[in-house]
Design a binder for this molecule. Structure first.
Ligand SMILES: NC(=O)c1ccc[n+]([C@@H]2O[C@H](COP(=O)([O-])OP(=O)(O)OC[C@H]3O[C@@H](n4cnc5c(N)ncnc54)[C@H](O)[C@@H]3O)[C@@H](O)[C@H]2O)c1
Length: 363
């Protein structure tokens, strides 16, 4: 689909989930680059994982000097499942680019707290779509690009690799995946009905400094540091496409700048300005190899003592419900349309995570 260029200077950009891992890194990048741009960040600062880490990310953003007449408006405590609050933000700030990253993440937690997924991922996203729809009223130019987070989990237990955007994703195996697939469907319907240019991004296991403590690499690090055993699911027969945070942010920024072009079909009605992209490293790593590299980099960074034998701390266990044995992104569509492919090696990315962990926890 043809793209309309969206300049990120001199406009208002709304980022939901800005205190989250990906949101904070995206906000930092935009604050350091955009000129005369208002960046409005929304986050409910929930306690799904250590809130101090979210506060730390927010503080780092507040300490930044936005570039040339740009401004940062953090709205901590605001929940996107609150329809009136979302409407008010759109009415007050009139964002022309919206990046919806707020969501209840995680596959396993959807088994214990399904309500969180329905509220944030379905009702919250619906509120963003409704506010985007109404943004065109009274002749306003409104939302010119809605970018939102989907997930590699939409591919379910698919065994055909690599995963391509044209593959059927009708068989989610977790509630989390079902909500992300639903986001793609809702965005398509709204693109068709109201001509809202939207792009969904299927992220593949994002990692890096100040990342999410609920994710395996972070949890493994906490446990190894505490001298505890780590559980390796599916007896280690797993492969993951790990994507370094800076690569994800580069991909998001490029995608933000290229909105699907509006056009009408032969029936005179809009062809939905709608796109979906995988963003992954396109290089799946064996879970055991990943653990070995992580342990080596934790030793190099001084988090673990030299001579640490990671094999002694591994417990191999069966697969968990909702987990998938392999994730592997085909990123040729992203390369074709945006000339971009993630490039950070796992060793380099884990090195930066280990160094951050050492400094943050002063260990
Ligand atoms: N990190 C990954 O590997 C990965 C992979 C696939 C998809 N994703 C998706 O990318 C997005 C960002 O993920 P992340 O890793 O930064 O997660 P994160 O949990 O660190 O960030 C999400 C942020 O959204 C906020 N939030 C949650 N519900 C909210 C609500 N109702 N209203 C306002 N704020 C709310 C949270 O407080 C959090 O700060 C999510 O949509 C996630 O599902 C992430």
């Amino acid at each position: 689909m043809a793209k309309k260029t969206i300049h990120l200077d001199n406009r208002t950009i709304l980022i939901t989930g800005f205190a989250g891992f990906i949101g904070a890194n995206l906000t930092r990048r935009l604050l350091s680059e955009c000129i005369e741009t208002i960046i409005v960040g929304v986050d409910n600062m929930n306690a799904y994982y250590d809130r101090q880490l979210k506060e730390h990310r927010v503080k780092e953003l507040l300490d930044m000097q936005p570039k040339e007449q740009s401004a940062f408006v953090p709205l901590c405590g605001m929940d996107i499942s609150d329809k009136a609050a979302v409407e008010e933000v759109f009415r007050k700030y009139r964002p022309s680019v919206v990046v919806n990253l707020a969501a209840q993440a995680g596959v396993r937690y959807s088994i214990t707290d399904p309500d969180a997924y329905i509220n944030s991922n379905l009702i919250g996203f619906y509120n963003i779509l409704e506010a985007s729809r109404h943004s065109y009223e009274n002749g306003d130019s409104g939302v010119q690009h809605l970018v939102y987070a989907s997930s590699s989990s939409v591919y379910g237990g698919q065994t055909k690799v690599p995963f391509s955007e044209s593959d059927s994703v009708d068989h989610p195996i977790s509630l989390y995946a079902a909500t992300k697939k639903s986001n793609e469907l809702l965005a398509h319907a709204y693109a068709k009905l109201y001509n809202i240019p939207s792009t969904g991004l299927r992220f593949f296991t994002v990692y890096g400094p100040a990342g999410r403590p609920d994710m395996a690499y972070f949890g493994f690090t906490d446990k190894l540091k505490a001298g505890e055993k780590i559980k390796i699911f599916n007896y280690g027969n797993c492969q993951r496409d790990f994507t370094y945070i800076d690569d994800i942010v580069e991909g998001i920024v490029r995608v933000m700048r290229g909105a699907p072009e509006k056009a009408n079909g032969v029936d005179g009605l809009p062809i939905p300005p709608y796109a979906i992209y995988n963003i992954g490293n396109s290089h799946p790593e064996d879970l055991m190899e990943f653990v070995n590299i992580l342990a080596e980099e934790l030793v190099n960074a001084g988090v673990l003592p030299s001579g640490f034998q990671v094999e002694d701390y591994i417990e191999k266990v069966p697969m968990q419900p909702g987990d998938v044995p392999v994730t592997y992104a085909d990123t040729s569509k992203l390369e074709r349309d945006f000339g971009y492919k993630p490039k950070t090696s796992l060793r380099e990315g884990l090195k930066r995570f280990a160094e951050w962990y050492k400094a943050y926890y002063s260990c």
